[in-house]
Every structure is written in C-alpha cells, then in structure tokens.
Design a protein around this ligand. Structure first.
Ligand code: GLY
Length: 573
C-alpha cells in the first residue's frame, strides 16, 4: 500500500514539476550538448569578453546592429588573429521593423594599380611570399567603413558609445587567454610576426618574449587608432591621420595602397541570395562572397536525398555530402567572382540546375574529381576570419563574418597604428590552375583587377522558419567555411539536433581539388573503412571552422559557441 502510494506521489510530483516548468523552454537534457539559453537577447562570438561588450550594449537598450558594431570593434582588440580594423567582411542584418534582410559587403578592394599578373615572378610562377606576406597582399580595408555604415544606417546608438569599450580594452589591456598565448607561440606565427618590428611591438614583450596566459596585453598604438576613429569617424582611417600612416608604410615598403584608394573605398549594400530547404528559408551572402550561392546550391542538391534516414555520420551521408561539395566547388572555380566585375550565373541556385547536377551522382559510387567539371547553369539574367551572431529582444538579428584572411593576416602591422593589415589579395586567382593559400582554384571571374573585390567563402547566414529568423550563424575556416555552415544547417534542419550538438558534431570537407576527403575526429572506424572502400582518400583534419550560432525557438534564444577554438562565449544581458 505504502509502495503504491509512493509511486502515485512520485508520479504526481514529477508531473506537477513538469507542469510548473512548462513556461520554461523544453531542453533536451538527454543530450550531452547544452546550449546557453536566454530570452533577453544574445551575443555569441569567438571571445567571451567581446560577447560581453555586445551584450552590455543590448543591456543599455541598443539593438543588434549597435551590439554587432561594438562586438566587432572589441574583437579587433582581443582577437588579433581575425578581429580587425585592417581587413574586411560581410554583415547580414535582419530588421524586424522592415521584415527585411540586408547584406552589407565591406570586403577589401584591390588597389587601383593592381593587375592580373601582380603575384607572378619573372618566370610566370605564383610568388607565395608576395601574394601572402608582403604589403602587396593587402587589399584596401573595408571594416571601418562597413561597421560605420551599418551603425549609422541601421543602429540606434552613437559611434562614440559603441567604440568606447574597445578603447578601454586596448588602453588598459585585457587578460591574455590561453588560445592567444598559444597561437603567438607557434613557430610560424612567432617568426612571421616578430620579423615585422611593429607587429613584434604589438604582440610580444621586449626582446620578442612571449606573453603567458593570464598576463595583461596592452596595445597603446591600437588605442591611439581607436581614439582617432572615435573622434573623427571613418574619415580618420580613409583620409586623416591613420590614412597617412598607411600610405607612408605602403610607399616605404612596396605596397600599392594610395591615398586615393583609401578615399575611394565604398561599402556595397547588396540583395542577399535566397533559397529554400524543406520548408526553411535560407538567406545568405551574395558575391563578392561565394558562400551564400554554394550553400544554397548544395542544399538544393541535398533536398533530393533521404539524409535523415541515412543518418548523421554514416558513410552514405558523407558520400552524398562529398559528391555535392565537389560539384559546388568545381562551379566555384569557374563562375564565381566579384559581381560588380563579372556576371555570376544566377542559375547556380536554381532547383532545376541542382536536379541536373544530381543526375550524375551515384548513391554508391564515388565520382573521381577528374570526372567532375563545372556545370552549365543558366546565365546571369539581371542584375583566419571570425564570425559572431547576435539577436536582440526586438526581433532583429545580425550574422557577421570578417577577416584579415590568414590568422594575423599578412603578419604586418602598420607602424604607429597597432593594426594588422590583411593579405586578402591572395583570395584572387593569381594564375589559372595554381591554387591559393586555401588550395582553391579560380578563373577569369576571380582574376586580379584594380578596385575589384577578391572572392570570399565567408557565409554569414540567417535561416528563417515561419518567416521569423530561426538560426543565425556562420564560421571562419577559409575554403571550409561553406561546407561547415552547410553541415550545421543540416544538423539542425534535417537531423533535428539542438544547437550545441549541431555546432559540436564532427565535420567533413571536400573541395573537389585536391581530391581528398577531410575528416575531423569523431566518426566511427567502420564509417571511415566504408568510405575508403568507395575509394575516398581520407585526410584526418585538425578542427574545421568555429561556428558561433543562435537558434530562436519558442521565445527563447539558444546559443552555442564552438568549442573548437577556446575562449569563445555566449553572453546575454
Ligand atoms: N579570406 C577567406 C575568405 O574570405 O573566404
């Protein structure tokens, strides 16, 4: 009797507890991957301290764009490998009041004097040093113009207000996280950065000694730059005291960027590329990034397959993903470039074209890359990177990816500014048939021309469900950005994973050439053996990407900061 009463009582207790909690979101506590949850707004970035800066702005009543600009400026101080003033990027902004998504292209532009053979040596060969680590590798930076544009057009707070926290971080310093101390100690970066006196001064102690995790890094030159920006706005960078320092260094050490290049830099506001996948609406970045187009192209192709039934991480799923990726990257090499200079075929994102491409995919047999060619989409009919995601309580969302290209860019700091300069010019195709720093091939569409933007893979993306922003996300990772974003999208939309699981789960990557299937740790040995039996050459990869994502569901924001790069963080006001 007592036992029966106890069973009755305990079931009543658990039932009533559940009922009492029904106003709270239902979390899958069976999962080992727990997202961060809030309903007041959320900032997810690759540095928790920068997420805190953005969250404080939300807490003061700022909107997602105000928070985005403050976060980006803070990352320029606390994440020098990718956060930047001397680079460029892309911002997707969803504005609830207009029910509209805007794509802000603040990618670097080639200096006017750049030309197609810029990086060829006297024998006509690609000169890696010039293309990746000299001042010639620098495009005209767009970050300052882009952030100012976003703030003044779509934000609500003043430039001075959003820049103030970064000035403090640069002037008073911040605690060096393990990840920063670690990358600065890698011999490649240490050698590159200490061979440039201004970079050595910014990121190393006297005698080029290393900072340890837990010590304070102060950047007085960068604080000067930020104060100039606070006082004079972007004019300081494109015409004023900062511009003078950039041009002086270019003249002295063989760069191409002139005063006119800086003054002529313009931000482009573009119409996002849009697609659908099983009832979701995908909205992503158009050229000068290839990211949005190939994300939608691959989702269009994948829609025809029973990926859910094949299961996450199965050899069949990985095979189909690799086949789809190969075809998208073959097309990328031929058709993608800055749409202001080259007519990118709009047919790349049509469902009919995806069906055409699928006709040559076998469910069982691998197509060798030398039998995969760029397809025939309908022509044009009309007209080390970091990502952060933000949602505010007003219903707005921002997905921003920006970069210096490689980690720490060219490794060159403009003297007196504390600011690393990008090596984005290497994202152009310097010579047909010769891969760039990410092994990517390109063609005429992405050849070097003055004022042109080099082709990017950055894929800041907003996925909508029932017309509301559902998933806001993106990633760094060079050529692997698009496939990383694709897999996180599939993990949510097809496999039904919670956002932390979707971000944490292992990834693969195939980019057509080189013909290898890159594979992170975490897939089963039997899956790998089955793929090898199909002829895949597996290349065990270090971690790919670093996704910062927010899922918006049932009135709550669920955030996940990728554990692949430490010190990332989700913060809510
Ligand atoms: N620099 C890497 C990218 O833009 O894709």
């Amino acid at each position: 009797m007592f036992k029966i009463f106890f069973i009755f009582l305990s079931s009543f207790v658990s039932f009533s507890t559940l009922a009492a909690e029904s106003s709270f979101p239902i979390i899958d506590y069976q999962s080992i991957h727990h997202p961060h949850i809030s309903n007041t707004g959320m900032v997810v970035s690759q540095r928790k301290v920068a997420s805190q800066v953005g969250s404080d702005i939300l807490g003061k009543g700022g909107n997602a764009v105000d928070a985005a600009v403050a976060t980006a400026l803070a990352l320029a101080v606390v994440l020098p490998r990718a956060g930047n003033l001397g680079g460029g990027g892309f911002m997707m902004v969803y504005l609830e009041s207009l029910d509209k998504t805007i794509a802000i292209d603040y990618r670097e532009k080639a200096p006017a004097a750049a030309h197609r053979d810029l990086f060829l040596d006297e024998n006509g060969n690609y000169d890696k040093q010039k293309a990746q680590f000299s001042l010639l590798s620098a495009g005209v930076p767009g970050s300052v113009a882009g952030l100012y544009y976003a703030l003044t057009k779509y934000g609500t707070m003043s430039w001075k207000e959003v820049i103030a926290p970064s000035i403090l971080l640069a002037e008073k310093g911040f605690v060096v996280p393990h990840d920063l101390a670690n990358t600065l100690s890698f011999s490649t970066y240490r050698k590159r950065l200490t061979s440039n006196p201004a970079a050595a001064k910014s990121f190393y102690k006297k005698n080029k000694d290393l900072y340890s995790a837990g010590e304070i890094l102060r950047q007085p030159d960068l604080a000067w730059t930020l104060k100039q920006l606070s006082k004079h706005g972007p004019d300081a960078f494109y015409k004023g005291a900062i511009a003078k320092k950039i041009v002086k260094e270019m003249k002295k050490n063989g760069g191409l960027i002139t005063a006119d290049d800086l003054e002529n830099y313009v931000v482009a506001e573009r119409v996002p590329v849009k697609g659908t996948y099983k009832g979701f609406d995908i909205v992503s970045m158009p050229p000068s990034s290839s990211g949005g187009i190939h994300l939608i192209q691959m989702l269009n192709m994948l829609e025809s397959y029973s990926i859910k039934e094949m299961g996450f991480g199965s050899a069949d799923t990985i095979h189909i993903l690799a086949e789809v990726m190969k075809r998208a990257y073959a097309d990328r090499s031929k058709y993608l470039g800055d749409s202001d200079f080259y007519n990118v075929p709009s047919g790349l994102i049509s469902k009919e074209y995806a069906k055409e491409l699928n006709k040559n995919i076998s469910l069982k047999n691998r197509t060798p890359s030398n039998q995969v060619y760029a397809g025939n989409p309908l022509p044009y009919e009309s007209p080390d990177t970091t990502h952060f995601s933000i949602m505010d309580s007003f219903g707005n969302a921002v997905a921003n990816t920006y970069t210096l290209n490689f980690s720490y860019g060219s490794g060159i700091v403009i003297p007196g500014t504390g600011m690393l300069i990008n090596n984005e010019m290497d994202d152009f195709s310097s010579k047909p048939g010769t891969p760039n720093g990410y092994g990517l091939l390109g063609s005429e569409a992405n050849s070097i021309e003055g004022n042109k933007r080099p082709l990017s893979s950055m894929t800041p993306t907003i996925i909508f469900k029932d017309k509301k922003p559902y998933l806001v996300f993106g990633s760094p990772g060079g050529s692997r950005i698009i496939t990383t974003v694709l897999q996180v999208a599939l993990n949510v939309m097809t496999h039904g994973m919670n956002i932390a699981q979707a971000v944490n789960s292992p990834r693969i990557h195939h980019q057509w050439l080189p013909e290898v299937l890159m594979i992170e740790e975490g897939f089963g040995a039997d899956t790998e053996a089955l793929l090898e039996q199909r002829g895949y050459r597996l290349y065990p990869s270090r971690t790919m990407g670093s996704v910062q994502a927010i899922l918006n569901k049932d009135g709550y924001f669920y955030g996940a900061a990728d554990p692949r790069r430490p010190s990332a963080g989700v913060v809510s006001p």
